[in-house]
Design a protein. Structure first.
Length: 208
């Protein structure tokens, strides 16, 4: 046991990751307010003081959890993730959209269990993490739409950037994903196929 403790002390990044994983799981299971720092420490198998020393409070923990959800296991921002690069390089609109939907589906699968948590704290200081995240998501979708999706051939005549961004932001948003996959009982593959069809239909001229 002493060897395990010494190993953990020498690996603060692994310990931090365990605490983030524990917070994500407990927030998803119990909600933000019902989850205590003590419960997170117990789930992560660390001292309560370790959680406080690393994150200071639950608001910071929630912000860090949200960042991890978006960045994924590789801790990369979306423009540096493989799906984004593949969509950028792909000249054919439908295949580019498929790369985008595939990549964002992985992010939404991590966000969806936390969505009730973010909604519950929307008016609190803890909710600032999600409000900021949504502003950044809009900016990211704007960049993706302008620099990737609208550079493909056959964009609909008269398509305005802000209209296109709105389509992408909503259709690839966590609320729509959760409504179809969690509430309507769609499979993730069904949601992906529908989303690809909807975006191709609304952004590009019909193929002949």
């Amino acid at each position: 046991m002493d060897d395990v403790k010494q190993f953990r002390r020498r690996n603060p990044a692994a310990t931090r990751q365990r605490m983030l994983n524990a917070a994500y799981d407990l927030f998803s299971e119990r909600g933000f307010r019902a989850t205590t720092i003590a419960a997170i420490a117990e789930r992560a198998d660390v001292a309560v003081q370790t959680v406080y020393f690393t994150f200071h409070n639950k608001d910071v923990l929630l912000r860090e959890v949200l960042g991890q959800i978006v960045m994924g296991p590789a801790s990369l921002p979306p423009p540096e993730q493989s799906w984004y690069r593949a969509a950028t390089a792909e000249p054919e609109p439908r295949r580019a959209i498929q790369h985008v939907v595939e990549g964002i589906a992985a992010i939404l699968a991590r966000v969806a269990p936390m969505l009730p948590v973010f909604h519950a704290v929307a008016g609190d200081t803890a909710g600032e993490a999600y409000r900021t995240g949504e502003r950044l998501r809009w900016e990211g979708m704007r960049d993706l739409t302008r620099d990737v999706l609208l550079t493909k051939p056959s964009v609909r005549a008269g398509m305005e950037l802000e209209h296109a961004v709105g389509l992408v932001f909503v259709l690839l948003g966590p609320e729509v994903y959760r409504s179809f996959v969690y509430d309507a009982g769609w499979s993730i593959e069904q949601w992906k196929a529908w989303t690809v069809d909807a975006l191709v239909r609304d952004l590009y001229q019909p193929s002949h």
